[in-house]
Design a protein around this ligand. Structure first.
Ligand SMILES: Cc1cc2nc3c(=O)[nH]c(=O)nc-3n(C[C@H](O)[C@H](O)[C@H](O)COP(=O)(O)OP(=O)(O)OC[C@H]3O[C@@H](n4cnc5c(N)ncnc54)[C@H](O)[C@@H]3O)c2cc1C
Length: 467
């Protein structure tokens, strides 16, 4: 028999790039697809730094998961936080005690930032990973300006200094966007403040920016950021973070109350509860076809998966890998249903691109796409175009494009709003249906305390960041 009479149930943990593309690729297969995510929306992470810098609205970079799959008949969604897996019973364990049965399981819960055990990072840094955290960063920066406006002496104490750690694409993009905000937008709002004293400082342990890029692109990024006033501390290592400053290995202390962490990720802490073999960076060890060793019905995808190239090097934790993982796992499940042999995953690397600021970007196509390289305006336009294509939903694309054009022409940023800082939404419990209030957060119920993820903990701390 080609297919069993009762449709197998494919449960996908995470509605990120990997989860969404796996669910979409299974739309015509004789399976029931259930996607579970702690949020009811997909977050387009490559653009959240623009929410943090008031360039885009949160709604521009997130899309309701149910809306994405309106037309897919074999699709269902459940908003819940997955806390574990009962492998014997083939059941997912959810926060609140509920369980979900699966025949096939795709683990695609993404990654969290790695603080590398540096004292004070967990307590005092902002992690640019979720929409909530992006809105918290925006509100915190604007609140610092309001505080400085009320007491200009704070500027000399570093209240407007912003330190970014990590010279990869996220750190570079964040630094570039902040310089434009401070140079062109905020001086109109705060004429009483000398914003030339506000420093954007980018710290990178290596001697160069954008490690995966060519030397020409790295030098270009460095030159553009320096010209636009970013203070680059290349080859510098952070050793400690305090509420009012960061310490470097050289002994130098930089006064700041805003540390943005963009330095390396590790697999989601959920993996620690699953009893699986892990690769470097807390990524789940997978077979060449992305199934888990000894569990052909279960798969890992995206940032969480430790898939490797032919030379044994782990694939990068980027959206194209996650998308291709999702599609490949859908094909593998199809092959298993047809009792055909499965195939090894092979990543097709189209290249990389990063934006450095207005009219400045770098785009490097892979050798299979002729190895073309663009810098400057062309690199910037290529970045905008690609991100617009991949942003889910026509309304999001239209809104993002409108905001970009408006911001470009007017040097304005519409979303300069200070909102109350929030804990991450994965602290919404199934029983309470509301964000856990601060008093409760400090004494969570034992089950939540036991299962609490690092991401949730850091977001909660950010919500109570001293301002
Ligand atoms: C600021 C930033 C900028 C980036 N820029 C780029 C870029 O320009 N280009 C690029 O290619 N890549 C970029 N990346 C990396 C890219 O976003 C990731 O590689 C990609 O999102 C990974 O997809 P994923 O599906 O594995 O995980 P994610 O997209 O992280 O999705 C994971 C999903 O799982 C859900 N989840 C987590 N834990 C649980 C749980 N316990 N229960 C239920 N649901 C859960 C989350 O809510 C989330 O929806 C960037 C990342 C960041 C943070």
């Amino acid at each position: 028999m080609l297919y069993p009479s009762k449709r197998p149930r494919v449960v996908i943990v995470g509605a990120g790039f990997a989860g969404l593309y796996a669910a979409k690729a299974l739309r015509r297969d004789p399976v029931e697809v259930l996607v579970i995510d702690q949020n009811n929306y997909h977050t387009f992470q490559p653009l959240i730094y623009q929410v943090a810098t008031a360039g885009l609205e949160p709604g521009d970079v997130a899309h309701n998961v149910r809306a994405i799959f309106h037309r897919q008949k074999n699709f269902a969604f459940r908003q819940a936080t997955v806390t574990g897996v009962d492998w014997e019973a083939k059941m997912l364990e959810l926060a609140g005690g509920a369980r979900e049965r699966f025949d096939y399981l795709i683990l695609a819960a993404g990654a969290v930032y790695n603080d590398f055990g540096i004292p004070g990072v967990k307590e005092h840094a902002f992690f640019l990973k979720s929409l909530t955290e992006a809105v918290n960063i925006r509100s915190h920066i604007l609140r610092q300006l309001e505080r400085a406006s009320a007491n200009p002496d704070l500027v000399d104490q570093g209240a407007l200094n912003i330190v970014i750690v990590g010279g990869g694409p996220t750190g570079v993009e964040m630094a570039g966007a902040l310089t434009e905000l401070f140079d062109r937008v905020l001086p109109q709002d705060y004429p009483e403040l000398d914003l030339a004293k506000a420093k954007i400082i980018l710290i990178e342990a290596m001697a160069f920016l954008l490690p995966p890029y060519s030397e020409a692109s790295r030098t270009y990024a460095e030159t553009v950021l320096r010209e636009r006033g970013v203070v680059l501390r290349l080859g510098s290592t952070l050793t400690a973070v305090h509420p009012h400053g960061v310490e470097l290995q050289s002994g130098e202390v930089i006064p700041t109350q805003t540390l943005i962490w963009a330095a390396g990720v590790r697999g989601h802490p959920l993996v620690d509860a699953l009893g699986l073999e892990l690769e470097r960076g807390h990524r789940i060890k997978v077979n060449p076809d992305l199934s888990l060793p000894g569990r052909p019905f279960a798969f890992a995808a995206g940032d969480l998966a430790g898939s490797k190239d032919a030379s044994g090097k782990l694939h990068p934790q980027v959206a194209p890998v996650a998308i291709q993982h999702g599609k490949h796992i859908a094909k593998t499940i199809r092959r298993q249903l047809r009792e055909e042999p499965t195939r090894a995953f092979a990543y097709f690397d189209k290249g990389s691109m990063a934006i450095i600021g207005r009219n400045a970007g770098v785009a490097e196509l892979s050798p299979t796409l002729l190895g073309l390289r663009f810098r400057g305006l062309l690199g910037w336009l290529a970045w905008l175009f690609i991100h617009l294509i991949y942003l889910p939903g026509y309304q999001n694309r239209f809104s993002a494009l409108f905001n970009w054009v408006y911001n470009y022409l007017t040097f304005d940023r519409h979303s300069r709003l200070i909102t109350n800082m929030c804990p991450a939404l994965d602290e919404v419990t199934e029983t309470s249906h509301q964000v856990v209030p601060e008093q409760q957060v400090s004494k969570p119920p034992p089950r939540i305390a036991k299962r609490e993820t690092e991401a949730a903990a850091s977001s909660r701390r950010r919500a109570s960041h001293p301002t």
